[in-house]
Design a protein around this ligand. Structure first.
Ligand code: AP5
Length: 212
């Protein structure tokens, strides 16, 4: 099963992707997480990517496409995978189509998660993440058991640099300009399904399971 999670920043791609990954036993591949890991390890790629990420801009297509070509060839992707944050431009979607063709694979579904903009801003500014294991929380909607501490590994939670309100607003503009054209792109393939991303996390997951 090969899935794409599409939607604006903060609609819950990471949250739902983790649930789908567990339920169907396929890896969740988040380009944002891969890039943040490169930044943390101060690699050449990380240093280049950070400049764009801090402003809420997209990292150039050639960097992302090369990175994904390598990732989907890995062993854990044999039974499928969930893409969270890729593709994000028409050029990336075209390159991904080529990758699928070259490897004899077929895309199953594109899940477009939809949430109103005011709620997105509230979700992102209240998000806290674990720098160690990547778990995602929200100070009000999905708090950890102990304030500021990751339930899974006990590390101290942090706020992502790009979750400041002015950067969030730019990320939303970048989404509208560069990523929204993918809605048309995948509607044409009849693989796109729109999911109402409002309500409880579990409720949204039930909607996704019905579609899958
Ligand atoms: P990336 O990490 O992909 O960020 P994003 O797309 O902006 O998505 P987010 O991770 O912010 O949100 P999400 O939809 O996963 O929501 P989440 O589940 O966390 O990308 C970061 C940067 O990397 C980009 O800006 C770019 O620079 C670069 N990049 C990445 N991929 C790239 C690419 N392909 N090309 C070029 N550049 C790329 O949920 C958000 C919050 O809401 C959490 O606190 C969560 O607990 C809470 N929440 C979730 N569901 C609910 C609910 N139902 N109700 C209430 N709260 C909820």
């Amino acid at each position: 099963m090969i899935l794409i999670l599409l939607g604006a920043p903060g609609v819950g791609k990471g949250t739902q992707g983790a649930l789908i990954s567990k339920e169907y036993n396929i890896p969740q591949i988040s380009t944002g997480d891969i890039l943040r890991n490169e930044v943390k390890n101060e690699t050449e790629l990380g240093k280049k990517a950070k400049v764009y990420m801090d402003k809420g801009e997209l990292v150039p297509d050639d960097i992302i496409i090369g990175m994904m070509e390598n990732r989907i060839k890995q062993d854990d992707c044999k039974n499928g995978f969930i893409l969270d944050g890729f593709p994000r431009t028409v050029a990336q979607a075209e390159a991904f189509d080529e990758m699928l063709k070259k490897n004899g694979l077929e895309l199953h579904r594109v899940l477009l998660i939809d949430v109103p903009e005011e709620e997105i801003i509230e979700r992102l500014t209240g998000r806290r993440v674990c720098p160690n294991c990547g778990a995602v929380y929200h100070i009000k909607n999905n708090p950890p058991k102990k304030e500021g501490i990751c339930d899974k590994c006990g590390s101290e939670l942090v706020q992502r640099d790009d979750d400041k309100e002015e950067v969030v607003r730019n990320r939303l503009e970048v989404y509208k300009k560069n990523t929204m054209p993918l809605i048309d792109y995948y509607t044409k393939t009849s693989k796109l399904v729109k999911i109402d991303g409002t309500g409880e996390i579990g409720e949204i997951f039930e909607r996704i399971k019905k579609v899958l």
